[in-house]
Design a binder for this molecule. Structure first.
Ligand code: HEC
Length: 144
């Protein structure tokens, strides 16, 4: 009997969760469209769309800057980088509009700057498909 009640409670909870999540889906269609595994494969390519790939400029080792900052833990700091932007919005903007916000440690005024500002390619949006950008964002969101 206990088990039956438990299952019923679970089912009720599950259906509530489904209903609650449903209205939010159309508002953020891009957020759910990415495939993190595909994004990881794109990220790892040393050449991407005829240019240096992400991995040539970004290490995943904490504190190890290459040309760009290490992306270790980027998902955890992305949501607090720009006021009002979610982690997903910040990461998407970092790829398609790279100069909108310079990552910490890349400001020329910072004496400890460890990365070069304004060198990340600015045309990923033209060179990659919308799906590829969604995949990259989904992957970056896993780097907590
Ligand atoms: C030629 C080197 C270069 C390449 C290639 C490159 N980046 Fe960058 N990236 C940078 C630099 C430099 C910065 C820091 C300056 C800035 O914020 O624009 C940066 C910043 C970022 C940030 C923000 C990091 C933070 O801590 O806020 C993300 C996310 C990012 N890049 C992702 C990518 C992805 C994904 C790719 C591949 C599609 C890529 N980058 C390719 C150089 C590069």
């Amino acid at each position: 009997m206990r088990t039956v009640i438990f299952v019923l409670v679970l089912l009720t909870l599950a259906s509530c969760g489904g209903d609650a999540a449903a209205p939010a889906a159309p508002a953020t269609p891009m957020a759910t469209a990415g495939d993190a595994a595909a994004g990881q494969a794109l990220f790892a390519q040393t050449a991407l769309a005829g240019k240096a790939g992400c991995v040539t400029c970004h290490s995943l080792t904490p504190g190890r800057a290459l040309v760009g900052p290490s992306l270790a833990g980027v998902a955890s700091r992305a949501g607090s980088s720009v006021r009002g932007q979610s982690a997903e919005q910040y990461l998407r903007q970092s790829i398609v509009d790279t100069d909108a916000f310079l990552a910490k440690g890349c400001l020329a005024s910072d004496p400890e700057a460890s990365c070069a500002p304004h060198v990340m390619p600015k045309d990923w949006e033209e060179k990659l498909s919308a799906q590829q950008i969604n995949d990259l964002v989904a992957y970056l969101l896993t780097l907590e």
